[in-house]
Design a protein around this ligand. Sequence first.
Ligand code: SF4
Length: 653
Amino acid sequence: MPNPGTSFFGYRGKWAQIDLANRKVKIEDADSAVYGNYIGGRGVQARLIYEHLKKSGPLKNPLAPENRIVLGTGALNDTAVPTAGRGSCSFISPMTRSPEEASWAPDHQAVFGMITHASAGGLFPNMLKRAGLDHIIIDGRADKPVRILVTEGNVEIIDAEDDLFETAGQTKVVKTASAITDFLTQKYPGSSTMCLGPAGWNKVAFACLTGDHHRNFGRGGGGAIFGSKNLVAVTAYGRGIATYFDADEFTKLAKEIDAQVKAHVADPKWTASFRPTTGTTWWLDRAFNGKYLGKQGGYLPWHNFDEGWFDPAGYAKVGTDAFLEISGKPKVCNRCRHIMCTRAAKVGRGDYAGDGVRPEFETIALWINCCILDRDAIFHLNHLSNELGVDTMTLGSVMAGAMDLQEKGFLKKFAGAPKFGSAPDMIRTLKAIAYQSDDLGNVLGHYSDRVIAEVGAGNGALDIRDIARCVTTAFGGLGYAGIEPKAFPGMFTAYGTSNRGRGDHTYAWTIQAEEGGLEGAGNLAAYVSAGQFGKALVDSMGLCDFFTEDITSGLFLSLYHALTGFEYTAEAMNSCGKRIYNLERHVNNGQGRGRAYDAYVPPKLTVPMTGGGHKGRAIDPKYYNEILDAYYEHQGWTKDGIVSPAKLKELGI
Ligand code: SF4
């Protein structure tokens, strides 16, 4: 039997339109055709944002009330499929914008913020589904601080209690993410909360949203969007389950998938085999030392992406083994099985003693890029970032840029500018950014072109060009991930073309393929495109990046059919991935994104590395432009990176 009011299976069949300005909530039957074409989660979110912007036009200021943020899940969420606990939110990002002229960037064109989807596990996504909704669509700005409560298909907008705030300096600001979560969990036992922290309240451009204490909608600035809406938290509680199209068949097929995942985790040839012990931190050793499968290391970024290699004795203090030493029991997302990448962690003594979770590879790598070689300080900074609601990855890039500026003498007008290698400086600057408590913190909390303009104010054009050279997040960048961009032209293409902004590594990942010999502009372009389509599907289904199985295999599609009743061939499923990716790109075209944004190469990335296994490598802009040509051709976009009306029609957009 379908759910009451539901015309399709696997989902809850409802979404909520929440108008904060008028304090109105409308719960509607979700449109099953949208879920059929866009799968769920990220895909449906893209469609809902596209429809919103179609009416209002490009959004020039992502912090305006007109920005829409959509939180949601997919059909596989809360099922027995391993890793079925990931959800996401989508919005126009306040970080990936470059609205003013930029004399230092050749061919600059204004971009006003990319559509961003930020993904998290933990319990919140599955709890939202149990609470009866597939998506919540949040518009407008409340006239005073509010929070949202979703319970058993009902949504309330509630005044945020004074207990959620404190005074820092002279200013009223929300408490830390844990304090907010604990208060709301006590009020609604068994619930799960996704909230901003002080950074989001202060609209820091890379503020995240934090769920279940340490699971973040990390990238792009979702916390700032909540802050701009006067929205403190969303709490969900429910015990409902979706109705399956054929529950017996699903149970049978889910056991087969489970056995496959288990077998792949047990096989040392699969990277998944390392996840239960070292999690993502396995990549630290891989990137620094290589050795795995005979490959070269030397691509762990160092000194603001200047190098991919540094003193091995320094590395040993912050490498994979160092973090294994402080790792405790698994602390995994709801519904995760076998892969189980997250561990609790504890530092027993010293200035940074405390309990928490082991930081992820990307976080550690990007703080090593700030020359921080203190494991316990990295652990503490990770905990602090979660509490203050700051995305650890973009923070790493912003901080490395600030340290570079300090080293080159461009921050003399700011007291206490952070120095490469100083964890205390980084901790102090992180707090100053989150609480906007000093001049430098105030400047660094904005999108990067504004940082360049404010640091460069009063300087000549040549100095501003040199200032911009220190900032790899310039021209609307999201911030490169923890693989040194100079080492892999394919990965640099994945970074450069990701829909959620320059630097994102999750929409396509080429490292194993490039290490295995993949090369040539056409081959790299094809590989990146295919990865982007596949990832759009995984994100839309409610699964984790680390899910091991082929989601277009016959077995998987049969399982998906047993759950939803939707019948896809492999080709039809791939078309959904293309549709999602092209729609996001179309939204980004409307926000000003074209070839100029994709083609931008931060000048410091053209300087060859001087040591390590990839010595001598750098980005070659000419070759990168050849790959971009091939990439656009492969995508069927114009040579300027625009999705044509014919392409939109072909994909049914
Ligand atoms: S593999 Fe890691 S991130 Fe993925 S669902 Fe499991 S615990 Fe969460």
